[in-house]
Design a protein around this ligand. Structure first.
Ligand SMILES: [Zn+2]
Ligand SMILES: [Zn+2]
Length: 97
């Protein structure tokens, strides 16, 4: 599995020990498993999964749940944001020198 790859498993965890949502701690029947980088995590809703796993775009601040553009450790929601942020950085670098 590639790094950053997310897979969803919609099998309910009935009968297993881990039966509560990692984010809100709610216990119910509709839990699902999200596997990212080989690590399995359990949530009761996509809201909770997004809250736990999404990263904010460095440029516009929107939450990224899937196809992100990575520039080292900095995350962007799209290539346009990545470019905009780089341009801003260049401008700042020019004005401070
Ligand atoms: Zn939850
Ligand atoms: Zn963005």
């Amino acid at each position: 599995m590639k790094s950053g790859e997310i897979s969803f498993s919609l099998t309910t965890k009935k009968g297993k020990t881990m039966t509560k949502c990692e984010t809100c701690g709610r216990q119910n029947e509709g839990l699902f498993e999200v596997i990212k980088d080989g690590v399995s995590r359990t949530f009761d809703s996509f809201d909770c999964a997004i809250e736990a796993m999404a990263r904010p775009c460095k440029n516009c601040g929107c939450l990224i749940t899937g196809n992100d553009s990575l520039d080292g450790d900095i995350t962007f929601c799209c290539g346009a944001c990545q470019r905009q942020f780089a341009e801003l950085g260049n401008k700042l670098a020019r004005t401070t020198v």
